[in-house]
Design a protein around this ligand. Sequence first.
Ligand code: CA
Length: 222
Amino acid sequence: MRVLVVEDDRVLGRQLSGSLRDAGYSVDLADNGETGEFLGITETYDAAVLDLGLPKLNGIDVLKRWRSAHCYMPVLILTARGTWSEKVAGFDAGADDYVTKPFHIEEILARIRALIRRAAGHAEAILECGTIELDPRSGKVTLGGTPVTLTSQEYRVLSYMMHHAGNIVSRSELIDHIYAQYDDPDSNTIEVFISRLRRKLGPQQIETLKGQGYRLAENQWQ
Ligand code: CA
């Protein structure tokens, strides 16, 4: 899962992107509205955290431009305290949720988890797929109740596939959702991650559909 953070406050921007990375997301950080608008439109994200007070282009305009460019990722806006009109303007521009500054980073993480989950059509906090369970809160994965240790990249691949269990996920889609802007994606590495996941979770869990991609079979082991 990949998240865009648009925040001009350096300390806050670094804190947000660091915490999101620690929570298992790949993260891009934009420190002004123009860059944020550009990244949102040209890259692929599963969610965005968008500050409203930004240099070059304010957050409301960034959001409006994303939406008119058919960019529909869930967006969490950061608003100043006591500015109800900002929240209203944010929702009217297409925001999905808001957090008022100052905030606890845990609240941002919880809201991002919920937004991503709901966008993928899941109501439950823990994702289940047959005997695999993935808890986005702790980043822990279990197989039949036994903890499985995954590298951060393996976790990102599995998390994306768990959010889209039952669907065919192409290799390029995985690349778009697990790498940040300045990572150097190599499409062969996806195969490596998939084969490591098969080794750790069982060979039958992930199907390969020739020329199309991979699928986590939802009911295979139930
Ligand atoms: Ca700001």
